[in-house]
Design a protein around this ligand. Structure first.
Ligand SMILES: [Zn+2]
Length: 359
């Protein structure tokens, strides 16, 4: 993908930088581990510090001093999961801020407007997120509303482009349809008619079995144009990533590597390492002997374990650095495996190492 902030090799993993920061990593560290694109959360930035302030300060890239690409979500997922007293109507979703209780209305137009103000490289349209498993009638209604909202968001975006010139932003549609294959295909078809430069698969990896996630992802990627990026939102565990790539997914994001790092869970080429475990007290090895990150080159497992035991924030910082590097390296290895035609082998080996359980 060519973005105004650099070319991105796909498949790509996007670290999550919720409030214009990837928790525990400086922008310098993100460059060091090779992150080309980050995800930032519209809901959080809209509430604090506000998109008007960010626009005034030169947009999100300038504000957070990040020269790589940025994808912003629509804010919808957080409205549905974090805010109080939400009320969904055809107009949009009315909610109270989880910070101060203030009332807001997020519409498809508003979500597009906020993301244009932020100046992200890729913006997502507002979609209706429903709880799963969902009854068919609920899923059908959500698909209909998601398409209506996508059409309004697309019209608004194109009108802004006509009036103010090309914003250098891609707007992606989001396919819904819960766990119903035919609804997923229908949702994809309706969005294709709106001619988005890229498409996301939403409402998955929310508790359904991995096989179902894969099945739904495949239904959608089969329906979508191959030459446009396809983004599976909110995945996944290291050993699951090759499964999604094999089904045609090009982009992924997940809080797992950063969140797990803060809870002393490290992902390595040999499986998970729960670094607080007593067995690492005298372990002089690096976190991952096969990792070339600056943390693995410098520090021992014994030292990491000590930092977590003592509640030192450096422990979380070092663990996050390694975990993000590990995820980006999995993607690099997957791209290599695709080139040489051995993705299935790579997937099987990674799965076997993770099936063995935490060490
Ligand atoms: Zn490392």
């Amino acid at each position: 993908m060519s973005t105004p902030h650099g070319a991105i090799e796909t498949p790509v993993f996007m670290p999550v930088g919720t409030a214009a920061t990837v928790k525990g990593l400086t922008q310098g560290a993100l460059e060091e581990v090779g992150a080309g694109i980050l995800l930032a959360n519209t809901y959080h930035l809209y509430l604090r510090p506000g998109h008007a302030l960010i626009r005034k300060l030169g947009g999100l890239h300038a504000f957070m001093a990040w020269n790589g690409a940025i994808l912003t979500d629509s804010g919808g997922y957080q409205v549905f999961s974090l805010s109080e007293l939400r009320k969904v109507t055809d107009e949009g979703v009315r909610f109270r801020s989880h910070l101060d209780g203030s009332e807001h209305l997020l519409t498809p137009e508003k979500a597009a407007e906020i993301q244009l103000a932020l100046g992200s490289d890729i913006a997502m349209v507002l979609d209706e997120c429903i709880e799963t498993p969902a009854p068919r009638k609920v899923a059908e209604a959500a698909v209909k509303r998601t398409t209506d909202w996508a059409r309004r968001a697309r019209c608004y975006f194109l009108e802004c482009t006509k009036q103010n010139g090309d914003p250098g932003q891609w707007q992606f549609g989001i396919v819904q349809g819960a766990t119903f294959g035919d609804l997923r295909r229908e949702s994809a078809q309706q969005l294709i008619e709106l001619d988005f430069p890229g498409y996301a698969v939403g409402g998955l990896a929310v508790g359904e079995p991995h096989e179902v996630t894969c099945e739904m992802a495949e239904e959608v990627t089969r329906s979508l144009p191959e030459e446009r990026p396809r983004y599976l939102m909110g995945v996944g565990r290291p050993e699951q990533i090759p499964d999604y790539v094999a089904r045609g997914i090009d982009m992924m994001d997940c809080v797992l590597p950063t969140r797990a790092a803060r809870h002393a869970c490290l992902y390595t080429s040999e499986g998970r390492v729960l670094i607080k475990n007593a067995r690492y007290i005298e372990d002089q090895r690096p976190i991952d002997p096969n990792c070339d990150c600056s943390v693995c080159r410098r520090y021992t497992r014994a030292y990491l374990r000590h930092l977590f035991a003592a509640g030192e924030i450096t422990g979380a910082i070092l663990a996050t650095h390694h975990n993000v590097r590990f995820y980006l390296d999995i993607m690099r290895q997957i791209r290599e495996a695709i080139t040489f035609g051995h993705l299935a082998n790579f997937a099987a080996e990674l799965r076997a190492r993770y099936m063995a359980g935490p060490s």
